[in-house]
Design a protein around this ligand. Sequence first.
Ligand SMILES: C[S@@+](CC[C@H](N)C(=O)[O-])C[C@H]1O[C@@H](n2cnc3c(N)ncnc32)[C@H](O)[C@@H]1O
Length: 217
Amino acid sequence: MGTINYDFIEEFIRQFIPERDALLLEIERSAKEKGIPIVEPEVGQLIYLLARIKKCKAILEIGTAIGYSTIILAGGLEPGGRLITIEKDKEMADEAEKNFQRLGLSNVILLKGDALEILKNMVSTGNYQFDFIFLDAAKGQYVQFLPLCYRLLNTGGLLVADNVLYKGMVANRDLLKRRKITIVKRLKKYLNQVTSHPNLETSILPIGDGVSISLKV
Ligand SMILES: C[S@@+](CC[C@H](N)C(=O)[O-])C[C@H]1O[C@@H](n2cnc3c(N)ncnc32)[C@H](O)[C@@H]1O
């Protein structure tokens, strides 16, 4: 078994994912070596496709790490669109910046700092609206990010959150590790909130580590 799916299913699906750019493959290898969590390739393909379907002009990503999903999402932007990504870890942010430079990505803006503070500032200025928000930072903070993301999302926009099933622990108590109890409780709360929100319509998909897709209506 992978995180939540059978290995043979993941391997089978992955053979159909379009060939990735050499730098993306290098980042995948480097992330694996250094133990940096990045989206699974099939989740990368999903968010890329969602960005294309939404014809995104403005994407916000919360949790850059070394820029793997950022590069994928930026590839889904409409011409003239831009992507803002937020990372609080300086080393990760520096490496992401190098990767963006290597690809010559001029439509990506990396903000270094704590996403909660940055999102609060974005909301208070009233100058930011996005048609796609990808939430992939501290899992225990998703419930705090939610009202801010909601404010920053256009009507008709998508809020996509990664790791919402958290190695299956969110769905099955038998898998739950004691030290993960709080994160799992908070992820369940996030899923309850997005699924019961009067202006969000949500689907939860068991791919990668679990992905929720919420449409602002
Ligand atoms: C799972 S990794 C992101 C992976 C990346 N989205 C990808 O797939 O390539 C989560 C990242 O979020 C960052 N992070 C966690 N909490 C954060 C916060 N409150 N503000 C900004 N970054 C945060 C971590 O430092 C980490 O690099």
